[in-house]
Design a protein around this ligand. Structure first.
Ligand SMILES: NC(=O)c1ccc[n+]([C@@H]2O[C@H](COP(=O)([O-])OP(=O)(O)OC[C@H]3O[C@@H](n4cnc5c(N)ncnc54)[C@H](O)[C@@H]3O)[C@@H](O)[C@H]2O)c1
Length: 257
């Protein structure tokens, strides 16, 4: 049997939105470890620069881009400018997001709702719109949306968050079928609970650690647990995988296809 692909990302350019954050930072460094040039985009420019330093100190190539993903014209211009410097984007990870725990339906006002949609749903669409023409031209692309296991199991007191993550699954299924003729694969990774700035800020360390006992595998996932899934989907090993949502969650949420 001939193996035609490996997990190497050499020669590829990747863009991670929210790449300065907990999980996005690890996606960025792992893709760089596997050979990709990585554009680390975040509204927090200092955090993005730190991730790029980690990449370059390890001998990789990275570029920090500070922009707010909800300012769509500036966001799309920043993506195009970064691609002009680092090469056309082959791998897009739509990871930027904000949390929203502890809000009953009647406590989610319109501004809170709109802010959630702007980052967790709308920005993913317009990042994808910015890179798809180049992917079509080169007949190659990997788009990975970062969803959540809340999209599968629901999220009481964070229904606006869960709805946006469910929308990302809708994008995945639609884009996968729309873009397959150009050899562009679209999938989602739906993490279970992971300790990051987002979850520390919303539910706190004690509650995060307490959740381990509710997970069949008995532990909270690590950043690597999620980035391994992203790196695999970004690689040639996943060339025939499209339109799927995979959820590294220790068995916390298990659903049928
Ligand atoms: N932590 C978890 O348990 C968990 C579980 C499932 C899914 N997720 C998802 O994973 C992704 C990463 O989350 P995380 O836990 O690493 O959180 P995080 O807060 O550490 O990282 C999020 C990053 O997104 C950036 N960001 C937010 N709004 C932005 C904007 N408007 N423009 C540009 N950048 C922006 C932030 O600056 C931050 O660096 C999010 O989409 C989140 O919804 C997280």
């Amino acid at each position: 049997m001939t193996i035609t692909n490996d997990g190497s990302l050499a020669g590829r350019t990747a863009l991670i939105t929210g790449g300065g954050g907990g999980m996005g930072g690890r996606h960025a460094t792992m893709l760089a470890e596997r050979g990709a040039k990585v554009i680390v985009l975040d509204r927090d420019g200092v955090a993005a620069e730190e991730v790029v330093s980690t990449i370059t100190n390890a001998g990789g190539e990275g570029l920090a881009v500070a922009v707010d993903a909800t300012d769509i014209p500036a966001f799309q211009a920043a993506i195009r400018d970064a691609a002009a410097t680092m090469g056309p984007v082959d791998i897009l990870v739509n990871n930027a997001g904000i949390g929203g725990q502890g809000l009953a339906i009647e406590d989610i006002d319109e501004a809170t709702f709109d802010a959630m949609v702007a980052v967790n749903m709308k920005a993913s669409f317009f990042a994808t719109q910015a890179v798809v023409p180049g992917m079509k031209e080169r007949r190659y692309g990997k788009i990975i949306n970062i969803s959540s296991n809340f999209a599968m199991g629901g999220a009481p007191f964070a229904s606006h968050y869960a709805a946006c993550k469910s929308a990302l699954s809708g994008f995945v299924k639609s884009w996968a079928r729309e873009l397959a003729p150009w050899n562009i694969a679209v999938n989602a990774v739906a993490p279970g609970i992971i300790e990051t700035g987002m979850t520390l800020g919303s539910i706190g360390k004690e509650r995060i650690e307490g959740l381990a006992s509710e997970i069949p595998m008995g532990r909270i996932g690590t950043l690597d647990d999620i980035s391994w899934a992203v790196a695999w989907l970004a690689s040639g090993e996943a060339d025939y995988m499209t339109g799927q949502v995979i959820s590294p969650n220790g068995g916390a949420t298990i659903v049928g296809i």
